[in-house]
Design a protein. Structure first.
Ligand code: ARG
Length: 613
């Protein structure tokens, strides 16, 4: 099954090729004059330059080659040599029926599936999540769903930040606050050892009574603040981090408790957002791989001494950037900077864990592709990790890709902050959006027939749709301004508008069912039906573009156009009161098919639709 846009594109491309012209010039797009045509091709104009012939002459040859194709009602030349294609009502009806009968709603599956890991969200133990984590979660979840839908074998990994300095901060803060924890840590000593199961259970149970989420939420900001002013505290936290990583037994168990408590809370929070991971691998998981990896890099001659650190040089000859020395003189330095594998203090770095993670993923899953959905500001870091991985032979060149994104900004154009100027916690952001959603529902007179529980569940769905659609309707690379009033409106290009349209179709379908009206054979007749059928056909092209560019905004755009087109169709073409049983049945089927595709598109964006509002 192929979409009309693609099959016409191929036919036009072949007509260009037959004239000895580049196939790419035969590109077909949706017409920007739906009153004149369904599709258009503008390639005859650039082709004229290549061929040294008038564009209309080239266009005429294309028209001739296409004449007689059964799916076309007309092919015409307009203006300087634009080719206008109009699809026949039969072809459009056939295609709409095909989509109606397709559980994938017209979205194709890739012929050769790949193995893909998507590294996204990247939350950290105890540190509150902020809007950067939100964007990563939203975009990563959507890409995961899209890749899976296209047929790839995909694993989503939260890549849990559980191994850094924040762990030492928490250990020291917990010992300072709770004498029980402190005494327990002392009693367990500092020599690494294994526990027997009973002893371990006993310690974990005891820690469970003392270390909970409220404690972590309270301790982390305190400790992070203190470390900035209190040198002694900071040094103790550094030491604790090193001792933890070296295997100090009490710290290991205390750390396990931190990780457990944090993860349970995070998983719950992500799940409420419709974000679920296949893997919760921690940065700590690759710790045992680091020593052998370093030895191997050493043996390969990739590690070099640099001011006491062990680094990998990454710049190719001639790759430099201007740098300023301490005395102000400007010089050319290799670019990108070398990757620091072991710091001058002997510790593994952020890049070291990422490099070891590439190795780990290769061993466990052997992916064809790893996508890192992380803030654009980490682009330099990933450039270093990727180059080092390729040099070390841990991944095929091109198999690692940074999916960067811009920031969500406040009205001042800077990354979004709370009114007090602090980092906005994800939790608070969602709560705020939910409150707004309730307000919007009430103001629109929606949901008044729902039970309080149903109303709450609907408000939650509206809130998630508002946040996710606002994010995903922009190309991921661009930053956008957080505007809750606009995002949560039931009008305009918003998530709530899409939910509203989907719910409207559901209610039509329910009414039809009550009136015992069955969907029937689709025939496309009216202009509004044509427009809707053409959009149903355009789903595949939108998916393909989103997939190739790793950019869900193409799906968001499609969903929005589809909803708008349905709205026009519904206004122009009565469904239940069509006055003719066959017409009613056709329109009902068209409405049901639109709903199926709309819900699928929304699902690929990670958005769930309520049954009613
Ligand atoms: N935990 C990191 C942060 O909060 C993000 C991790 C991104 N993924 C990665 N493989 N480095 O900034």
């Amino acid at each position: 099954m192929s979409d009309l846009k693609r099959s016409l594109g191929e036919a036009v491309a072949a007509a260009f090729a037959a004239q000895g012209l580049p196939e790419e010039l035969g590109r077909v797009t949706a017409s920007d004059r739906p009153d004149l045509a369904d599709f258009q091709c503008n390639g005859a104009l650039p082709a004229a330059k290549v061929a040294g012939k008038p564009p209309r002459e080239i266009a005429a040859a294309v028209v001739e080659a296409l004449a007689g194709r059964p799916e076309l009602a007309s092919v015409e030349i307009a203006g300087l040599g634009f080719i206008n294609l109009r699809v026949s009502a039969k072809a459009l009806s056939d295609r709409a029926r095909e989509i109606a009968g397709d559980s994938r709603a017209g979205g194709a599956e890739m012929p050769s599936p790949r193995r893909v890991i998507i590294d996204y969200a990247g939350p950290n133990v105890a540190k509150p999540m902020h809007v950067g984590h939100l964007r990563s979660s939203i975009i990563g979840e959507s890409l995961k769903r899209l890749y899976r839908f296209r047929g790839d074998q995909v694993l989503g990994d939260a890549h849990f930040g559980d191994w850094g300095f924040q762990m030492g901060l928490l250990i020291v803060a917990a010992c300072d606050e709770d004498p029980f924890v402190r005494t327990l840590m002392e009693r367990l000593g500092d020599t690494p050892r294994d526990f027997n199961a009973a002893e371990e259970r006993q310690v974990m149970d005891a820690l469970g009574d003392h270390v909970d989420l409220t404690m972590l939420d309270r301790l982390y900001p305190q400790a992070a603040g203190l470390a900035k002013t209190d040198v002694e505290f900071r040094d103790r936290a550094r030491r604790a981090t090193a001792e933890l990583q070296a295997g100090r037994p009490g710290y290991r168990l205390l750390w396990r408790q931190f990780v457990k408590v944090s993860r349970v809370a995070l998983e719950r929070e992500f799940h409420a957002l419709g974000v679920d991971f296949d893997l919760w691998k921690g940065e700590s998981d690759v710790d045992p791989l680091i020593a052998p990896m370093v030895a191997e890099l050493e043996a390969k001659g990739l590690l070099v001494e640099d001011q006491g650190a062990r680094v990998i040089h990454l710049a190719r000859p001639g790759e430099t950037k201007k740098k300023k020395a301490e005395d102000g003189t400007v010089y050319e330095a290799p670019s990108p900077d070398p990757l620091i594998v072991i710091s001058s203090e002997g510790s593994a770095m952020y890049g070291t864990t990422d490099l070891a993670t590439v190795l780990d993923r290769r061993k466990s899953f052997d992916p064809d592709l790893i996508l890192y959905c992380v803030d654009q500001r980490q682009a330099g870091h990933f450039e270093q990790v990727f180059r080092a991985s390729y040099l070390a032979g841990y991944a095929e060149p091109g198999a690692l890709e940074h999916i960067g994104f811009g920031t969500m900004n406040g009205p001042d154009g800077k990354p979004f902050k709370t009114r007090e100027g602090g980092v906005l916690k994800l939790h608070d952001l969602i709560e705020m959006t939910r409150a707004k959603a309730r307000e919007r529902l009430n103001e629109a007179g929606l949901g008044s027939e729902l039970t309080p529980e149903e109303f709450e569940a609907t408000a939650h769905k509206v809130a998630v749709a508002a946040l996710k659609f606002a994010d995903l309707s922009n190309y991921r690379g661009t930053s956008y301004i957080f505007d809750l009033d606009r995002f949560s409106s039931f009008e305009g290009k918003t998530g709530p508008y899409l939910l509203y349209q989907a719910v409207r179709i559901k209610s039509v379908l329910r009414r039809a069912e009550a009136e015992r009206l069955e969907p029937g054979r689709i025939s496309i007749v009216e202009p509004a039906e044509r427009e809707l059928a053409l959009l149903l056909d355009a789903f595949e092209a939108a998916l393909a573009e989103a997939y190739d560019k790793k950019a869900p905004n193409f799906i968001a755009e499609h969903a929005f156009k589809l909803a708008q087109s349905f709205s026009r169709f519904y206004a122009a073409c009565p469904i239940l009161q069509a006055g003719d049983a066959a017409v009613s049945a056709s329109r009902l089927a068209l409405a049901g098919t639109t709903l199926k595709q709309l819900e699928l598109a929304l699902d690929l964006l990670g958005i769930e639709t309520p049954e009613r509002m």
